[in-house]
Ligand binder design. Structure first.
Ligand code: ACO
Ligand code: ACO
Length: 149
């Protein structure tokens, strides 16, 4: 596998949509992101998009692994990669947000040292046309977690 920096035109949108079902929402942040894609040969298998919030804080806005490659450690590797890159570039805090119903993501991020900070109440109600339900739970709020670098 190799990792390469891509941009909003060369990134694989099928991957981005796995993490964020609204193309409109993705379009609102992707042009301003630093994006890395992981390849198996020439096939893109995972993506991560980072958005600078200020001089000391940066957020993983989108992280996705192709379904056939999930649960093999690639998401973990990508988050470690982001934390390392961010630290090297002087950032002190790495943020990540996910839906209240995204239980396996909340589990993974906390296993990797992220702590819950606050919620963006009704984020998914206000920004998404379709109702989202996961684990029999309506997805309403965005849970924001951070990791000190
Ligand atoms: N119960 C318990 N543990 C679980 C469950 C579950 N239901 N599901 C997964 N896990 C565990 C795995 O066992 C593993 O833990 P381990 O390292 O202790 O064995 C861990 O969760 C998964 O780790 P990885 O294999 O590193 O993760 P993966 O490569 O699958 O990437 C990701 C994680 C990015 C969430 C991937 O599954 C994915 O792309 N999902 C769809 C898109 C998505 O939800 N993206 C995140 C949205 S939020 C955002 O983008 C900011
Ligand atoms: N992943 C997904 N679903 C799960 C998991 C899991 N890891 N573990 C349990 N569930 C689901 C079950 O499938 C079930 O859902 P379903 O109705 O959709 O099938 C549900 O969780 C459990 O429901 P009940 O059987 O009604 O719950 P139970 O009788 O076990 O009571 C309680 C829950 C009170 C938390 C009990 O397990 C308990 O006493 N735990 C130990 C004490 C405790 O933790 N108390 C709460 C502390 S917080 C407080 O007190 C305010």
């Amino acid at each position: 596998m190799k990792i390469a920096q891509v941009n909003s035109e060369t990134v694989d949108w099928d991957l981005l949509i796995l993490a964020d079902p609204s193309e409109e929402v993705i379009a609102s942040y992707i042009d301003n992101c630093i994006i890395f894609q992981l390849y198996e040969e020439t096939f893109p298998v995972a993506v991560v998009a980072l958005l600078k919030l200020n001089d000391t804080e940066i957020e993983i806005k989108n992280i996705a692994v192709d379904e056939e490659y999930q649960n093999q450690g690639l998401g973990t590797d990508l988050i470690h990669f982001c934390a390392k890159q961010a630290k090297q570039n002087g950032y002190k805090k790495l943020w990540i947000g996910t839906g209240n119903s995204s239980l396996s993501q909340l589990l993974l991020y906390q296993k990797l040292g992220f702590r819950m900070s606050y919620i963006k109440e009704n984020f998914f109600v206000e920004h998404y046309d379709e109702k989202i339900v996961e684990n029999k739970i309506p997805c309403l709020d965005m849970v924001m977690l951070y990791k000190n670098l």
